[in-house]
Design a protein around this ligand. Structure first.
Ligand SMILES: Nc1ncnc2c1ncn2[C@@H]1O[C@H](COP(=O)(O)OP(=O)(O)OP(=O)(O)O)[C@@H](O)[C@H]1O
Ligand SMILES: [Mg+2]
Length: 244
């Protein structure tokens, strides 16, 4: 089906160590899914594999996006097809002007003339309550933890991807910033957009009302549920998950 993400029995290792051990997942266009699970369970590994990070070795399994086997594509080709990853730990790029980087990143995905880019950038900065001086700095250098996360959301808004994987974008955001980001992502919800939201907390998910919630433990999805699952994890942690 058009722009459905389908992961089939995916096994991935890092430096010889098996991390993902048979992940299967389907996210249809228009859907927002949440991925929750304990530290070290494989959430970021899955996001890196989807983006095409070379360090993560796919031992077996398949990843399809629409009719395309994306495992055969380089990271930039995946981006061109609409995939976007917001990093759990955004990287600092000393010496790289943020505004220039944003334009290059946006142009790699969309055909946007400089003037229109400037107009959109201004709007997005306002939406995220970011000062215009922010983009005159070097990429992520000296940004606070929350500013780095907002910077990822700024890239998301400018990129207009069809599939966004957001790896703990809510971590480090203050209460008001969380609301701004939650509403900005919610506004992206439409039939041609899908998202996998990786998080430890229910707060961001309250704005997004995910269609499904997957629980990953030890590299396997052991449970798929809904909002009630999020509440139960908030109250009881993960110990009960394997029993369901
Ligand atoms: N380069 C690496 N070398 C060795 N082990 C690694 C490497 N990268 C990841 N791992 C291991 O893979 C496991 C899964 O890591 P991952 O970052 O995917 O977890 P996570 O679910 O995102 O956790 P968190 O909630 O803390 O972000 C961890 O045990 C981690 O130590
Ligand atoms: Mg992680």
């Amino acid at each position: 089906m058009k722009n459905t993400l389908t992961i089939k029995n995916l096994h991935v290792s890092v430096e010889g160590k098996p991390i993902l051990q048979g992940i299967s997942l389907e996210i249809k266009s228009g859907e927002i899914h949440a991925l929750m699970g304990p530290n070290g369970s494989g959430k970021s590994t899955l996001s890196y594999v989807l983006a095409g990070h070379p360090k993560y070795k796919v031992e077996s399994g398949e990843i399809w996006y629409g009719n395309t086997n994306i495992l055969a594509l380089k990271p930039e080709e995946r981006a061109k097809r609409g995939l976007f990853l917001a990093f759990q730990y955004p990287v600092e790029l000393p010496g790289v002007n943020y505004q220039n980087a944003l334009y290059t990143m946006t142009k790699a995905r969309r055909n946007l003339p400089p003037k229109e880019f400037q107009a959109e950038l201004k709007q997005c900065l306002e939406k995220l309550n970011l000062d215009p001086s922010f983009i005159q700095r070097h990429v992520n250098v000296g940004f606070s933890g929350g500013e780095k996360k907002k910077a990822e959301v700024l890239q998301l808004l400018l990129s207009k991807p069809s599939l966004a994987i957001l790896d703990e974008t809510d971590s480090g955001l203050d209460r008001d910033a969380l609301e701004i980001v939650g509403k900005a992502i919610q506004e992206l919800r439409n039939k041609d957009f899908s998202s996998l939201i990786i998080t430890h907390y229910p707060k961001l998910l309250r704005y997004l009302n995910p269609d499904k919630v997957h629980i990953i433990m030890n590299g396997r999805i052991i449970l798929t549920g809904d909002n009630a699952t999020i509440q139960k994890i908030e109250q009881e942690g993960y110990a009960w998950c394997g029993d369901e």
